[in-house]
Design a protein around this ligand. Structure first.
Ligand code: NAD
Length: 487
């Protein structure tokens, strides 16, 4: 069967290569985390499909890369319009596939997918550029030239959102693309491929190879025909990709994991702090940016803890399609076991589990309760490693120096949240934090003009605005002399 119906929406289970649907000899099973129901057998790509896709993208490059920027932007804007027109289909398919809240997909995530295309179309036409400058009468002219085939490899926690965050700037820059979506969430990439065709993107400019990371993913990143690799996922996978890319010296951009601190200073508004802390359970904790380590000043820790606990225990867990639900399931049985393993080991070592700590027995399946672990030791794995589930830790501090030392004390540096009632105090803290993004008295405010990425092991490079073009394009400086002209 090459297509299935998901909540009334037809989804093709095959690859999308060179503008056509391609089958594989073998398939892999895809199930919904909501209730474990079987969704479909997805084409399982490997070397053959990767070779076809890179060849198709290479063939399409001369056409797409020489399409004038305004015309490229027009195609991107048509893709955005089609995303808007198909918003509810994309939202319900994504929710069925990855278990994240339908209301978030409808209101925030899918509109953001469309915005990714409009933003980079606009940036290409209206903002990308650098004023020419003179060197002893010579003119320096900086340009961003298309570079070639970009391989994009993406995770399952926000599948279409994170993929289009790369697809849009890569296409805007004039590159052609091969996308390998996560094997746990293959469906919206396939729907999206149909939209690119409808929008008039030339065949081969965008390709999707489905499959496992160790097969399709590994074959893709080792391909000598690539000019860029952009990856969002875990640190161990990034290391494997970096080694494969080294063989061809393919430039890589990595957006990786986090273990971000959530710092509540003594002068913080406790109601605000508790509201923001509860948001760290969003997407059932499967958010790279989550401030999973709550660090709270001694003087307010008991009061904060009480308010936060009341908020967290009021969260409603259940079917992510229900608009009343706040927390859905974990993505996959293997991931559920991983999350549970962290909490079980912490419990076995005597950790103080303030609430949660177990699967939600009433719901069964992959639903794990929002959990808070109080004062685990600073070197324990639940404090130093990314759990990527609805599991927060809380630790107290008594001085700013101590808060900074603990906050910066992991190998990650993706994000941080600081809650404070005093601007000078907040500034003093943020200036000492090592993180790519810091939110002060807020969380998850994202603007595509801003740089996004991680420090330390949380990433290599930055995305957003011109930073994205800097990666996907070949940045060129042309120096023109004042002499030698005949006319
Ligand atoms: P993962 O590293 O297991 O997989 C990510 C992607 O890489 C998948 O498509 C997978 O198939 C592919 N892959 C796996 N092995 C590969 C290989 N050898 N070669 C090529 N590709 C391979 O990560 P995940 O479990 O899907 O996602 C969760 C991780 O992603 C967490 O660490 C999370 O923090 C991180 N993440 C980071 C950001 C960010 O912007 N920094 C955003 C979302 C998720």
């Amino acid at each position: 069967m090459s297509t299935i119906e998901v909540a009334g929406v037809q989804v093709d289970l095959r690859h999308y290569i060179g503008g056509r649907r391609i089958e594989s000899e073998s398939t892999f099973r895809n199930s919904s985390p909501i209730d474990g129901s079987f969704l479909g057998d997805i084409a399982r790509g490997g070397q053959r499909e990767v070779d076809l896709a890179v060849a198709a993208a290479t063939d399409a490059f001369p056409v797409w890369s020489t399409t004038p920027p305004a015309d490229r932007a027009a195609v991107l804007n048509r893709i955005a319009d089609l995303v808007d027109q198909n918003l509810s289909d994309l939202a319900i398919v994504e929710t069925t596939d990855n278990g994240a809240l339908l209301r978030s997909h409808l209101r925030g995530v899918m509109p953001r997918v469309a915005h990714n295309f409009r933003f980079f179309a606009d940036w290409l036409v209206n903002h990308l550029g650098h004023p020419d400058f003179e060197t002893r009468g010579h003119t320096n002219h900086v340009s961003w030239d298309p570079s070639g085939v970009a391989a994009l490899i993406t995770p399952w926690n926000a599948p279409l959102m994170l993929a289009t965050w790369k697809i849009a700037p890569a296409l805007a820059a004039g590159d052609t693309v091969v996308l390998k979506p996560a094997e746990w969430t293959p469906l919206t990439a396939s729907l999206f491929a149909d939209l690119t065709k409808q929008a008039g993107l030339p065949d081969g400019a965008f390709n999707v190879v489905q499959g496992y990371g160790s097969e399709a993913g590994a074959a893709l990143v080792a391909h000598p025909g690539l000019r860029r690799i952009s990856f969002t996922g875990s640190v161990p996978t990034a290391k494997t990709i970096a080694m494969a890319a080294a063989e061809n010296l393919t430039p890589c951009s990595f957006e990786l994991g986090g273990k971000s601190p959530f710092i509540v200073l003594a002068d913080a508004d406790l109601e605000l702090a508790a509201d923001l802390a509860v948001e760290q359970y969003d997407n059932a904790g499967q958010v790279c940016l989550s401030g999973t380590r709550i660090l709270v000043h001694d003087s307010i820790a008991d009061r904060f803890s009480a308010v936060f606990r009341a908020r967290a225990e009021a969260l409603r867990q259940g079917d992510p399609r229900d608009p009343e639900t706040d927390i859905g399931p974990q993505i996959h049985p293997a991931h559920f076991d991983r999350v549970k393993g962290f909490v079980d080991r912490a419990s076995a070592e005597g950790a103080d589990i303030v609430f949660g700590g177990t699967p939600n027995e009433e719901l069964g399946g992959l639903y794990f309760r929002p959990t808070l672990v109080n004062e685990p030791s600073r070197d324990s794995e639940i404090v130093t490693e990314e759990v990527f589930g609805p599991v927060l830790t809380m630790q107290r501090f008594s001085t700013d120096d101590e808060a900074i030392a603990v906050a910066n004390g992991t190998e990650f540096g993706l994000a941080a949240v600081v809650v404070s009632g005093n601007r000078t105090h907040a500034d003093a803290i943020t200036s000492r934090l090592v993180a790519g993004t810091i939110w002060v008295n807020c969380f998850f405010v994202r603007d595509l003009r801003a740089p996004f990425g991680g420090s330390k092991k949380s990433g290599v490079g930055r995305e957003g605005g011109t930073w994205s073009f800097d990666f996907y394009a070949d940045v060129k400086n042309t120096v023109v002399a004042p002499q030698g002209w005949k006319e």
